[in-house]
Design a protein around this ligand. Structure first.
Ligand code: NAP
Length: 247
């Protein structure tokens, strides 16, 4: 399969270029970065484009690829409902094309979210601590927000009561930022890459589900899975778990 990488000189793009080059069943046909013409996607015969660029650039890239019949695997973040709706419209006009939007390509992180969703109905309390490198510009992380939403939906579905919390007096921020039902605590420090712990509690026991991304190479098995599967899944797919067995 012929694959192109957009954002090829970036931190994630560099890893994607290396991983695709090493994969025997994939052929890297184009490496584009800021300023390169998207026409190369067509002239190189790319069947799949991997995008690790920038939230402001990604939609233009995807529109070009999809209207030219090229499937897309997207790691770039910042997809809101409006962007997803636009993608659906583009894909409806190009029904053979697949698009995977994956907020997190680390297989362990995807499993952490799925396991948390399963655990949510069994525990009264749940909080998230996410820890990232000091250069990260957004807080909480997209993965933490998504995990909190999944846990909240599972709690609603199972009629869980409001979480116990006797706090009456607190310094602003001490109880974290709440997404849905779930407080999220964000740590930013040198020494971290991307880490998250989901802590569940009931009287007499806690359960911690923790994932650690040690380096960016850890995202690549998920990227390669996305590349291999996206051509078999026309239309829009959000979340790598949709391509994983058991979910
Ligand atoms: P990065 O190091 O800044 O790399 C982005 C690269 O894309 C840069 O080389 C940039 O060029 C280039 N670029 C910008 N606009 C472009 C365009 N229109 N066409 C082609 N290339 C363009 O960032 P990163 O750390 O690799 O992260 C990239 C994205 O992936 C971010 O949105 C990040 O949040 C996301 N991410 C996702 C996952 C996941 O698992 N889904 C994991 C990590 C990161 P310049 O430097 O010249 O601007």
């Amino acid at each position: 399969m012929k694959v192109a990488v957009l954002g090829a000189k970036g931190r994630m793009g560099t890893e994607a270029v290396a991983a695709i080059s090493d994969a025997k069943d994939l052929q890297l046909v184009a490496q584009l970065d800021l300023g390169d013409s998207l026409d190369q996607l067509v002239t190189s015969g790319a069947q799949v484009v991997v995008d690790f660029t920038h939230p402001d650039a990604v939609m233009k890239n995807l529109e070009f690829a999809i209207t030219n019949g090229i499937s897309v695997v997207v790691g770039t973040t910042g997809f809101d409902d409006a962007k997803l709706a636009k993608l659906k419209t583009l894909l409806a006009a190009n029904p053979k094309v697949g698009a995977l939007i994956a907020p997190n390509f680390a297989l362990g992180a995807v499993l952490m979210m799925q396991f948390s969703e399963v655990a949510a109905k069994y525990f009264e309390s749940v909080e998230i601590i996410e820890l990232h490198h000091a250069n990260k510009v957004d807080a909480p992380s997209g993965t933490a927000v998504r995990t909190a939403q999944m846990i909240t939906d599972a709690r609603k579905k199972n009629n869980k009561a409001k979480m116990p919390d006797a706090t009456k007096d607190a310094i602003a921020g001490a109880r974290g930022a709440t997404v849905g039902d779930v407080p999220i605590h964000s740590v930013r420090s040198h020494g971290y890459v991307a880490h998250q712990e989901v802590i569940f509690g009931d009287p007499g026991e806690t359960l911690s589900i923790r994932h650690d991304s040690i380096n960016r190479a850890g995202f690549m098995p998920g990227v390669l899975l996305g590349v291999r599967e996206v051509v078999k899944h026309p239309g829009l797919t959000v979340g790598l778990e949709k391509y994983m067995e058991g979910f």
